[in-house]
Design a binder for this molecule. Structure first.
Ligand code: C5P
Length: 217
């Protein structure tokens, strides 16, 4: 017997974090952004000058890295005592993250942390392998998706709003590459759980999607 668990998976830019945050708020559950944890590792790898291809070095580094998600309303992300909430949203991190996220040592450690988060109480957790791997017993599993064009546009607008100078074409290309890496990796690739409800959010408002998920929950 556990408290309510909602798993939300899907490709980049499908609206997972926006939706998950609101659903968590409405149902008074913790929101756990697992992508932020993988981004934190990518941040530390780049900061320490470890080559992204150095799997052993990366796996070793992860063992001594402390990643903390602050569950207050602002969702602060800490890495070894440093507030990296903003820094991990950089396109540079987005390009590096899928490489380190493919390493089994990285995944093993972060999945452990994610399950500890879920043990604290009811959660809405978003990521790529939540319904398939991290919380296979989740009560509700959602696979959120949208057309590639819409996903790139949403992410581009987000980046623009936070003052990043990047073209839509570049965002589109980065995103396609990241999705390919996430889908084709050997360990816990991105795919819908067999029992997931697939929601295509193309052209749908946030509120409509939230209502659909609340109805399932
Ligand atoms: O969700 P977000 O786009 O921030 O995730 C960043 C990256 O972290 C993904 O592209 C993927 O490589 C990795 N990730 C993962 N498994 C998760 C969540 C994120 O591999 N559960």
């Amino acid at each position: 017997q556990h408290e309510l668990q909602i798993a939300i998976d899907g490709p980049a830019g499908a609206g997972k974090s926006t939706i998950a945050k609101i659903v968590a708020q409405r149902l008074n559950l913790f929101y756990v952004d697992t992508g932020a944890m993988y981004r934190a590792i990518a941040y530390k790898v780049l900061k320490n000058g470890i080559p992204l291809e150095d799997e052993l070095g990366v796996n070793e580094l992860v063992k001594t890295t402390e990643v903390v998600l602050d569950h207050s309303k602002e969702q602060t992300v800490w890495c070894d005592g440093e507030n990296i909430t903003q820094a991990i949203r950089n396109p540079e991190i987005s390009r590096a993250v899928s490489i380190v996220a493919a390493y089994s040592g990285v995944r093993k450690r972060l999945v452990e942390l994610q399950r500890l988060e879920a043990a604290r109480g009811g959660v809405v957790m978003d990521g790529r392998d939540i319904g398939t791997h991290v919380l296979p017993e989740a009560d509700v599993k959602i696979y959120l998706t949208a057309s590639p064009e819409e996903r790139s546009r949403r992410r581009w607008i987000e980046l623009k709003n936070s003052g990043k100078d990047i073209s839509l074409a570049e965002v589109h290309q980065d995103m396609q590459k990241r999705d390919r890496q996430d889908t084709e990796r050997e360990v816990s690739p991105l795919e819908p759980a067999p029992d997931a409800v697939i929601l295509d959010t193309t052209g749908l408002s946030v509120e409509v999607i939230v209502e659909k998920i609340l109805a399932l929950a």
